[in-house]
Design a protein around this ligand. Structure first.
Ligand SMILES: C[S@@+](CC[C@H](N)C(=O)[O-])C[C@H]1O[C@@H](n2cnc3c(N)ncnc32)[C@H](O)[C@@H]1O
Length: 211
């Protein structure tokens, strides 16, 4: 993925990022070696900081992959907390399950295997933080469900919202247009204060300020 900030700045941020313990580093290494699209150490840390800052007890993640960002999030929870994470590929979910065991968070994590669009309406809310990192073409469709499941004072965090900078171009592909529409809807929603942080591929952070 081409970066949205200068390579040397990205490398600088990554070089100083907290990488957690050896177990989490092993999942990061697996992600790199096997080319999984994981968020990386800096964004993982950001997710952890956000979740912990608002004292999250229930977190929802859409897009588990191998459980890298999920581990960062689960480690921000108190012992009785819960991370629900949704992954539609059962083989990928099995890898994540092993990694959650490896990183010591499995007891706090419930993996839901299936499409986020099918699972979301059936989930009991509210959640303190929702991290959206599924296929970009579904971003606009999942948005109302995410809003409905998020408590006031909660955070909706979304990955890849700058899509290598393509959202800012005048001509956009269908996929880019969906992300742009998602960003516009969140920015215009009076229930949220939102901002895009140009970290990695762009991270949107939206605070739900009212019902
Ligand atoms: C970008 S990766 C997630 C990376 C992960 N958040 C991390 O950083 O460790 C997206 C994952 O979501 C899954 N996925 C994509 N669209 C989905 C959908 N609509 N419902 C459920 N899972 C989906 C993919 O199979 C993939 O494993």
């Amino acid at each position: 993925m081409p970066g949205i900030v200068f390579d040397e700045i990205e490398a600088y941020i990554d070089g100083l990022a907290n990488r957690g313990d050896p177990a989490l580093r092993a999942v990061e290494d697996q992600g790199r070696k096997e080319e999984w699209p994981i968020v990386g150490a800096a964004e993982g840390s950001l997710l952890h900081i956000l979740a912990r800052s608002i004292r999250s007890k229930r977190i929802l993640e859409l897009g588990t992959a191998i459980g890298y960002s999920g581990t960062w999030l689960a480690r921000a929870l108190p012992p009785e907390g819960e991370l629900v994470t949704v992954e539609w590929n059962p083989e990928t979910a099995a890898i994540a399950r092993r990694n959650f065991e490896r990183t010591g968070v499995a007891k706090r994590v419930r993996i839901q295997v299936g499409s986020a669009l099918d699972i979301l309406p059936r989930l009991d809310g509210p959640f303190d933080l929702i991290f959206n990192d599924i296929d970009k073409q579904h971003y606009v469709e999942v948005l109302p469900h995410c809003i409905q499941k998020l408590r006031p004072g909660g955070l909706l965090v979304t990955d890849n919202v700058l899509w290598s900078g393509r959202v800012a171009k005048a001509r956009r592909t269908k996929e880019t247009e969906v992300i742009h529409e998602y960003n516009k809807r969140l920015a215009a929603d009076p229930r949220f204060i939102s901002v895009i942080v140009p970290l990695r591929d762009g991270v949107s952070i939206a605070l739900r300020t009212s019902d």
